[in-house]
Design a protein around this ligand. Structure first.
Ligand SMILES: [Zn+2]
Length: 493
């Protein structure tokens, strides 16, 4: 393949990135500042951009350039790796007929609507026919894409390239008994910690000040990003030097926004660490959701809930919120690592979070394979919940209707949250084996840790599979041991 032909291929892929990042910019605006009455036209703008991007990404030109690339020996390994991922993405995109995409899109809008009503009324019957329909589309996709062992593999591939369902199931099976035990101990211990110890008045402007100081101190570049306010926090990338984080504020408890910001900053640091010059190419695209989540969890939990972090930051927080003076560092740490069982995943803490994921992964796998009929989902949910948590949800709103994912057709996604936790622990423990990183972390100086993550994770984009990336960075594939050690150190010792 001539150099020019590869350049042409990259130009086309970059053009897709121009369209998609423009769409992201409009979407960010919609979530943050857009006036309500702009909604109808905004929807048209975004649909138009999305159509253009899809047409270009799956069009004849792309196919022609990729065929040329496939038939050429490339000397530059990065170029070859880029082409391999581009081909993977293209082949998956063209296997799905436009008709299916459009049918699915309108089914999803209706499902989302029905889900909201069902959750409000806590009535699964309202959502069930929609879920059944979305499942049938998901199953059709698995047939069109093809799979190695079981249909769920094809869905997981969307989020965690190259990862098999049976590998995840084996990891989760190994984790389960220890997770259940650790959660029980942590919850028991949590009963002796007053949950409302930090309750007070925390003016938003001061919370914003502290959030910004902390985000900047761990390496977030405010010359290339912002933090704004939304109902549901997220991180989005609008360009190679433009990463937007969002958060929400609780004036009675500053830690809820702060830990949200630490989490999103972790995602943001990853995005800003991708090679700027390759923006839009696989070599500058995040590797997978599980790797992305490893970055957010690392900063939120391993760094943000550690003693050395708060040795530095509690005095500063007390300057901004003087009533914290009466709280000792010990008590503060006990509150931010306090555990209790929650029926709701998004409100759950570090010690219990993964139990929610294990449940969803197991159910989804059975739903997709057809082992579990849609009508039986609530009962199966409650039974698995009881098995893991020892308690039963009072109703479906607190059970199988709580997550938005299924209503958006997002099947195959949940496992990446726990993979993120496993990878976060493995990366953090590996990095801290280096004396200079360990010493700096003990002083709440995270520059050496960030450099290590940049070099081992960020800079590679998605040219490696997530499993390969972790093996290269830590010397072994994703292993449950590190995460279990972390949970034991924090909640059992
Ligand atoms: Zn996240």
């Amino acid at each position: 393949m001539s150099h020019t032909a590869f350049d042409q291929l990259c130009d086309t892929v970059r053009e897709v990135a121009l369209l998609r990042s423009t769409e992201s910019t409009l979407s960010w605006d919609q979530e943050t500042y857009m006036p309500e009455k702009a909604l109808a036209y905004r929807a048209k703008q975004m649909a138009w951009l999305s159509g253009k991007a899809h047409a270009l990404a799956s069009g004849r030109m792309m196919q022609k350039l990729l065929v040329q690339a496939q038939n050429t020996r490339m000397r530059d390994p990065k170029a070859a790796a880029n082409v391999k991922v581009m081909l993977h993405d293209y082949e998956r995109a063209v296997k799905i007929p436009n008709k299916l995409v459009m049918e699915e899109s309108s089914a999803t809008s209706m499902a989302k609507h029905a889900w909201m009503e069902a959750r409000k009324k806590s009535d699964f019957n309202i959502f069930a026919p929609h879920l059944e329909k979305l499942l049938s589309y998901a199953r059709r996709r698995t047939e069109l894409w093809g799979y190695a062992d079981e249909p769920y593999d094809a869905l997981l591939e969307n989020y965690e390239r190259g990862t098999r369902t049976r590998e995840v199931a084996a990891l989760f099976a190994k984790l389960k008994p220890d997770l259940v035990k650790t959660a029980r101990i942590a919850v028991e211990r949590g009963k002796s910690v007053k949950p409302n110890l930090l309750r007070g008045h925390y003016p938003i402007a001061k919370q914003q000040q502290l959030n910004a100081e902390i985000a900047a101190s761990i390496g977030f570049d405010f010359g290339a990003g912002r933090i704004d306010t939304t109902a549901h926090p997220f991180c989005t990338t609008l360009g190679p030097r433009d990463v937007r984080l969002t958060t929400r504020y609780d004036e009675k408890d500053f830690t809820s926004s702060l830990f949200g910001v630490l989490h999103e900053t972790g995602h943001g640091l990853y995005e800003l660490g991708l090679p700027e010059a390759d923006f839009g190419l696989p070599s500058a695209t995040a590797c997978s959701l599980g790797i992305h989540e490893s970055q957010s969890r690392l900063w939120e939990n391993h760094v943000g809930r550690s003693r050395s972090f708060w040795e530095k930051w509690l005095p500063r927080a007390t300057e901004l919120f003087p009533h914290l003076k009466k709280i000792s560092l010990e008590d503060f740490l006990a509150v931010i690592t306090r555990s209790e069982y929650s029926f709701i995943r998004v409100e759950s803490d570090e010690a219990t979070y993964d139990l929610h994921i294990l449940l969803r992964f197991s159910l989804e796998r059975r739903m997709v394979s057809g082992d579990l009929a849609t009508k039986d989902v609530p009962e199966a949910w409650n039974a698995e919940f009881k098995d893991l948590f020892g308690i039963s949800p009072p109703d479906d709103a607190h059970g199988c209707l709580q997550d938005i994912h299924w209503s958006m057709g997002g099947l195959g996604y949940f496992a990446t949250y726990t993979l993120g936790n496993l990878n976060a622990a493995q990366l953090y423990q590996t990095a801290c084996k280096q004396t200079n990183i360990r010493k700096a972390v003990d002083q709440a100086d995270y520059a050496p840790l960030l450099s290590w993550l940049r070099e081992k994770v960020h800079v590679h984009g998605s040219v490696m599979l997530p499993g390969e990336l972790i093996a290269q960075a830590t010397g072994k594939p994703t292993d449950a041991r590190h995460y279990l050690k972390h949970l034991k150190d924090r909640f059992v010792k």
